[in-house]
Design a binder for this molecule. Structure first.
Ligand SMILES: Cc1cc2nc3c(=O)[nH]c(=O)nc-3n(C[C@H](O)[C@H](O)[C@H](O)COP(=O)(O)OP(=O)(O)OC[C@H]3O[C@@H](n4cnc5c(N)ncnc54)[C@H](O)[C@@H]3O)c2cc1C
Length: 377
């Protein structure tokens, strides 16, 4: 009987699984029907998003088109989001009203923006996740900033949250609108900017005229700007929500065992600790006894072992252990084709670091381009 494998979400690990299926298409496995569920027809590569904001890339250069990749892999593509998993019937209930049955389910749906952390953030600010929503907003913002500049008005943008994503986007916006009278303020509850490169980032922010309010937690957002716990108010025309991420609610509500924060708990085979026919990887999952930072780098690294274990499960073979690397290379772009890199306690910066990051990012995205898919046909 045909087994049904569902890939839920088109995150970094799943695009690897899809790519690997393209090498076996049109019949990836004997007697296995594969379905991909994703709310968008393309997967935007977050590593290149700040480069798009800064004006270094077109959007097409930063996206993986899912439909052609799925088609090449012989995978059915269902464009919607899962709202819950019904384990009594082994079906995924989707936001478009459809149910999708599965025998084996793999989840790579990423994190969600933690907008409840500050009052008014969800209503008044532009979130950086979902990335597709952010992209639409940036396109509108560009028009507003330009218009205000033409009328002689300054535009004040405040970022709430100063994780790596927020920092990169703040620097990218400052660069893109550097001649359009844009003032950028970064509000950080933490005393220092992220990682061991915090002091370098703080210096670059200073040099670029970005105000960093470190150790200043936001308590509320309104149309006037951002209220701080200290009582001060940061006046802002535009507030961008970069508050860090949390787990989506539906995995825990569906009955999957999660860690204390709601991330799907998997064993060292990337298999759910509560449901043997469910695998999860990337930011939506926590590997039991092997916690790692939630980052695109770790999500990418999980692709090959996930792919291997899904195949093993379908063939009834023993699963393989996966030990994620204990540290990763972090490259943070500064918006002006300059970047900072770190590995453990080591740090570097320069234009050459940006060129290095650019090469890594282009190589990653290039693997999934339609042209590449055509070449391999
Ligand atoms: C601006 C920015 C820059 C970043 N730069 C870097 C970087 O340089 N290096 C780095 O390591 N990390 C970076 N990160 C962090 C990185 O984006 C995440 O850690 C990474 O995306 C996690 O990958 P993932 O595969 O788990 O999920 P994601 O990349 O988030 O992919 C999940 C997919 O699942 C889909 N999905 C979500 N919910 C559902 C649902 N209910 N049903 C179906 N599909 C669903 C989403 O639409 C998405 O397509 C950056 C983040 C941001 C915001």
């Amino acid at each position: 009987m045909t087994q049904k494998l569902v890939l839920l979400g088109a995150g970094h690990a799943h695009v690897h699984v899809l790519k690997s299926l393209t090498l076996l298409a049109p019949q990836p496995f004997d007697e296995v029907a594969v379905t991909l569920i994703s709310p968008y027809a393309r997967q935007v590569y977050s590593g290149m998003l700040p480069g798009w904001v800064a004006g270094h890339y077109t959007l097409d250069e930063c996206v993986i088109p899912l439909q052609p990749l799925a088609a090449k892999a012989g995978v059915a593509f269902h464009q919607t989001a899962a709202s819950t998993i019904d384990f009594s019937n082994n079906v995924i209930r989707c936001e478009d009203g459809h149910t999708v049955p599965f025998d084996l389910l793999s989840i790579d749906t990423g994190p969600v923006a933690n907008l409840s952390i500050v009052a008014g953030l969800a209503e008044q600010a532009i979130p950086i996740r979902p990335i597709e929503v952010f992209i639409e907003s940036v396109e509108k913002l560009a028009g507003i900033i330009t218009l205000r500049h033409q009328r002689g008005a300054r535009t004040r943008v405040a970022f709430v949250g100063a994780g790596a994503g927020g920092v990169e986007l703040a620097l990218a916006m400052q660069h893109r609108f550097r001649d359009q009278n844009l003032g950028v303020t970064l509000i950080s509850a933490a005393d220092t900017l992220p990682g061991n490169v915090g002091p370098r980032l703080a210096r670059i922010m200073r040099e670029r005229g970005i105000a960093v309010l470190a150790g200043q937690a936001a308590s509320g957002v309104s149309s006037a700007g951002v209220q701080l716990v200290s009582g001060a108010v940061v006046d802002a025309d535009i507030v961008i929500a970069a508050p860090g991420t949390s787990a989506a609610a539906w995995p825990r509500q569906s009955g999957l065992v999660t860690d204390k924060d709601g991330f799907i708990l998997v064993n060292d085979k990337l298999q759910s600790v509560s449901h043997a026919n469910v695998f999860a990887a990337g930011d939506c999952a926590t590997i039991e006894h092997q916690p790692r930072p939630r980052s695109g780098v770790y999500a990418v690294k999980a692709g090959p072992p996930l792919d291997d274990n899904l195949r093993r499960f379908l063939r009834g073979e023993p699963l393989r252990r996966y030990v994620p690397p204990s540290r990763s290379l972090n490259l943070i772009s500064a918006g002006n084709k300059y970047a900072i890199g770190s590995w453990g306690s080591l740090g570097w910066e320069g234009s050459w670091v940006w060129q290095w990051k650019d090469a890594i990012d282009r190589r990653f995205i290039g693997k999934y381009s339609i042209d590449e898919a055509r070449k391999e046909k």
